[in-house]
Design a protein around this ligand. Structure first.
Ligand SMILES: [Mn+2]
Length: 412
């Protein structure tokens, strides 16, 4: 008995507001489906955050539908839980996964908490917020009891565990029942494989670099999925790396050697098939960042999808990231100026993002941003989105679909 385990696909996520990055995630999802079919597994487990939001765009929904139908054609069912990203705060709300039940998706929910696949117990719990830890613990106890009756059992969760994340976790490792063979986790975007109880615990991680702090893990473990063989006394884990759609380059260069350093960087990226994202730290800056930004743009614009510069000045330790290169002085620029007093670029970003959403009356998005800010800054590993922008990008398109949702709910 062999299955594929993946998580945190975040279909529909438009990193840095770029359509190309949204498409990258669709592309990598297709490649993962190819690999699953090639591996000829018995089933697939998706441990949450299949979609970036609980109201995915038709393109995100279609990408998943296409993948799911290809799996169905190959006789491979998928079991899935809902993560924190694709669930809504309102308890009565319906997650997007239910759209795919007729296409063969087996949604593991609080009501339908487990399935039996050829004698294997597959139980799980959708993401539960930290405030409801009692609910989480009692659901775990219930599943643990039910799993006792089966030879092989899998527990599917989308939660942070204290052993693998410093803060903002919902579970301590001791809270996990120890009688499952495989713990199919989601939520942390880095790859984690551990022994637990009588079996194995795995976070397969996100399939692409969704936030800058995933870069080191990507260099170490790559991105991809795992194939699990349940036949032995202990599950056998095979990590399958799937190439990400485009490269990320992290480089530190010296302002005093700007032209040469940019030249050598250009030589590296010229051969790339797809334009990379370049994170550039520039040391020893002693002049206006606007001018340097112009030089960087003129050298690298054609070769990169995006350059994200961080300027380090001679006379201070603070990092300042250029938010707008337009050089004009509008409300946003004034806000940025004021927020810089905090000496924290994350606060600058949050302020700018909140200004952007609230001025468009998108209070739900603003709430989301504030929540993400907390997650990202008080939780070093869980990642979700990086809204930082070094140049003005097109606004994220989020249709107002509240009306549609109400109609849909009534229809059910
Ligand atoms: Mn996630």
């Amino acid at each position: 008995m062999k299955f594929a385990h993946l998580a945190d696909s975040h279909l529909g996520f438009r990193q840095y507001g770029l359509q190309e990055r949204e498409n990258d995630l669709y592309e990598v999802f297709d490649k993962i489906i190819d690999k699953i079919i090639e591996e000829d597994v018995d089933f697939v487990i998706h441990s949450g955050d299949l979609f970036e939001t609980a109201k995915p765009s038709p393109k995100a929904l279609l990408t998943f539908q296409k993948g799911l139908l290809r799996l169905k054609g190959a006789g491979i069912p998928m079991y899935a839980i809902v993560g924190n990203h694709d669930s809504l705060l309102s308890k009565a709300a319906i997650p997007p996964q239910v759209l795919f039940k007729k296409f063969g998706l087996k949604v593991i929910s609080l009501i339908n908490s487990y399935y039996i696949h050829d004698g294997v117990f597959i139980g799980g719990i959708p993401h539960i917020r930290p405030s409801e830890d009692k609910k989480l613990k009692s659901a775990l106890a219930n599943l643990s009891l039910k799993a006792e009756n089966y030879d092989k059992s899998i527990l599917v969760l989308h939660q942070g565990i204290d052993k693998y994340i410093n803060v903002n976790y919902e579970l301590e490792i001791g809270d996990l029942p120890d009688n499952f063979d495989y713990y199919a986790l989601g939520h942390l975007h880095n790859y984690i494989e551990d022994d637990f109880g009588k079996g194995k615990l795995v976070y397969p991680g996100s399939p692409d670099i969704l936030r800058t702090n995933e870069y080191n893990d990507y260099v170490k473990n790559g991105k991809g999925l795992v194939i699990v063989d349940l036949d032995g006394p202990k599950p056998n884990i095979k990590r399958i790396p799937i190439p990400i759609s485009r490269e990320f380059i992290n480089r530190t260069i010296d302002y005093n050697n700007l032209q040469n350093d940019l030249k050598s960087l250009k030589q590296i990226i010229e051969g790339f098939e797809k334009k990379p994202i370049v994170n550039l730290t520039i040391l020893n800056v002693d002049r206006q960042v606007k001018d340097i930004h112009e030089i960087i743009n003129s050298e690298l614009d054609d070769l990169t999808l995006m350059v994200r510069p961080i300027f380090k000045f001679n006379d201070e330790d603070d990092e300042i990231e250029l938010i707008s290169s337009s050089g004009k002085l509008g409300p946003k620029e004034l806000l940025v100026d004021k927020l810089k007093d905090f000496g924290n670029e994350n606060i600058v970003r949050l302020g700018v993002d909140l200004y952007g959403t609230l001025s468009l009356n998108r209070s739900e998005d603003a709430f989301d941003l504030a929540e993400k800010y907390f997650e990202n800054n008080f939780n070093s590993m869980v990642i979700d989105r990086d809204k930082s922008k070094t140049k003005p990008t097109e606004k994220e398109e989020k249709p107002e679909d509240n009306d549609l949702q109400i109609t849909f709910k009534e229809a059910l």
